[in-house]
Design a binder for this molecule. Structure first.
Ligand code: CP
Ligand code: NVA
Length: 299
């Protein structure tokens, strides 16, 4: 049985194959049968627009059905042990797509359940988003070995998944993160030990220089709302604006997983400008997740 808890669950070969498959599915406006007769439960403990809707639509386009469970409307919010929920849902459904806080929640669902689990965002990783972002880059620059990606901002779940992606795809990654907000050194070390080309700096301008893609994310992720003020201070100077974009390659594209805070991590001008491909990224969630689900559910 296959699970997708992080991008490291794919071998390099799997990752390349899934990327090409998603590209093909997009071109063909794919409708399939890999989920015929299957029910996928979405457990969402945090808000979502893109991930939830693209999974639900993708599941239907592959012949399956989906249903949503939230803590407010299930026993999840009334402290039923997760290991019990895992065993109950495994008796009804064929797969779980889960957005939650701790990565350990997914690990428990895998340990006690008997159906595939797909990570729809945790505090640690956002694998489906970054696989989609790989598609967004591949569509423009298929020779990924020549591509330099800059991550400007928080060393968060998205940054961690980009680090994982650098261990599966041949692009080079430079992250600019302020002290106290750097990515988890263990995740970094593991990716480097698997051959990932990754640099780390605290200088956004250094990271932006010569980049083919400049990528940022909110400064306070879901669950960190109380740290907003403190984070605004820590990330001063990390705004992606036209001046920063001007240091990059002339055809550099701007990436953001959304939702974005204009005027905070990205200027209105860059967000709405010609370099911004954020809505292609959002679209690609659908195509990539179909390719990922085919990888998980195909015999
Ligand atoms: N990018 C992303 O995961 O968006 P949602 O929070 O809307 O799902
Ligand atoms: N880092 C953000 C990504 C949202 C899609 C968060 O976790 O809130």
């Amino acid at each position: 049985m296959k699970h997708v808890l992080s991008i490291l669950d794919f071998s390099k070969e799997d990752a390349a194959r899934i990327l090409l498959r998603a590209d093909r599915m997009k071109a063909e406006r794919h409708r399939g049968s890999v989920l015929n007769g299957k029910n996928v439960v979405l457990i969402f403990e945090k808000a979502s627009t893109r991930t939830r809707v693209s999974f639900e639509v993708g599941i239907r386009q592959l012949g399956g059905q989906s249903l949503l469970m939230t803590p407010a409307e299930s026993q999840l919010g009334r402290s039923e042990p997760l290991k019990d929920t895992a065993r109950v849902l495994s008796r009804y459904a064929d797969g779980l797509v889960v957005r939650t806080f701790g990565q350990d929640v997914l690990e428990t669902l895998v340990e006690y359940g008997t159906i595939p689990v797909i990570n729809a965002l945790t505090d640690k990783y956002h694998p489906c988003q970054v696989m989609s972002d790989m598609l967004t880059m591949y569509e423009r620059t298929p020779k990924l070995e020549d591509v330099r990606v800059a991550w400007i901002g928080d060393g968060n779940n998205m940054a961690h998944s980009f680090i994982n992606a650098a261990a599966r795809f041949p692009f080079s990654l430079i992250l600019a993160c302020p002290a106290g907000y750097r990515p988890d050194p263990e995740i970094l070390e593991k990716a480097r030990s698997e051959g990932a080309k990754i640099e780390l700096t605290d200088d956004p301008q250094q990271a932006a220089t010569g980049a083919h893609y400049i990528n940022t994310d909110v400064w306070a992720s879901m669950g960190q709302e109380a740290e907003q003020k403190q984070r605004e201070a820590a990330f001063a100077g990390y705004l992606v604006d036209a001046k920063l974009m001007a240091l990059a390659q002339p055809d550099c594209k701007f990436l953001h997983c959304l939702p974005a805070h204009r005027g905070e991590e990205v200027s209105e001008e860059v967000f709405e400008g010609a370099a911004s491909v954020v809505f292609d990224q959002a679209e690609n969630r659908l195509h990539m997740q179909k390719a990922i689900m085919e990888w998980v559910f195909a015999e």
